[in-house]
Design a binder for this molecule. Structure first.
Ligand SMILES: [Zn+2]
Length: 265
């Protein structure tokens, strides 16, 4: 099925390809668009460079991931740096941000502190709303906390579009999010990856619950070499679930991505 056309309509909405910056020198993947997500101040410059070198193929993301929330919590300097990077890139995403109830610190072996994650997450979510930037949200076993927070916000406190990346929650959460009042629910998109979602049984049920125009695909890869293969795999999985050709999956998700990022093509 690997026609070159299909890769031309692959929009990888969430990756970490800058984790191996040496591969970025030769930007030789077939997947058309890529969105490397910064996870902490020390990787934002790499994301910025990838976007500068490939302006028609990269949408950068700048944010503090829940695994690094504790690293920035002591000193507010990162907030100014974050705003500076966002200002440099008109279309940049605020991401990756989020909540993670199960990940553990590889050094201390302790779970990352949830109140700190919540504080850093809420700050970034409201910054995205005030700067009118889209967000990419990582949420692992913390969807209850996320929903509780979302339910107390007014419509103008939401970013223009919100992506729940490698979505791993239940269908109750999908229903609740899509039903958020005053059309806020229509701002939510759900993205799926081979690396996270093909391991879970609930993928089919979740996909079928979400309107087709709100589904995105991503690699979540941390090396550029992996991107094409895992994008193709998640595309095939979606085609099986939707009962359609892979080219149609590529077309639909590409169009959804352009809408999500406010791009025209
Ligand atoms: Zn990620």
């Amino acid at each position: 099925m690997s026609t070159p056309d299909i890769f031309n309509q692959f929009f990888d909405v969430h990756s970490h390809i800058h984790d191996h910056p040496e591969h970025l020198e030769v930007f030789n993947m077939k997947t058309k668009w890529n969105c490397p997500m910064g996870t902490r101040p020390s990787d934002w410059e790499l994301v910025h460079e990838a976007a500068m070198k490939n302006p028609n193929r990269v949408i950068p993301g700048f944010g503090v991931h829940p695994w690094y929330a504790h690293e920035v919590a002591e000193n507010d300097q990162w907030k100014d740096t974050l705003k500076e990077y966002l200002e440099k890139h008109e279309k940049a995403v605020l991401g990756e941000i989020g909540l993670d109830k199960i990940a553990t610190n590889p050094v201390s072996k302790e779970r990352y502190d949830l109140p700190t994650q919540l504080e850093i997450f809420k700050y970034q979510f409201s910054l995205a709303a005030s700067l009118n930037r889209v967000v990419s949200v990582h949420c692992v076993q913390a969807h209850g906390y996320l929903l509780e927070y979302l339910r107390q916000l007014k419509p103008d406190q939401f970013p223009p579009k919100i992506m729940l990346h490698s979505y791993s929650g239940s269908h109750e959460i999908i229903k609740a999010v899509l039903k958020l009042p005053k059309k806020v629910g229509s701002r939510f998109y759900f993205s799926f990856s081979k690396l996270v979602n093909l391991r879970t049984k609930k993928l089919t049920d979740n996909i079928l619950m979400i309107p087709k125009n709100r589904i995105l695909i991503e690699s979540d890869a941390n090396t550029l070499e992996m991107v094409d293969q895992v994008m193709e795999d998640i595309c095939i999985a979606l085609g099986e679930i939707w009962g359609c050709e892979n080219t149609e999956v590529a077309e639909i998700t590409f169009k959804n991505s352009l809408e999500f990022f406010g791009l025209e093509e």
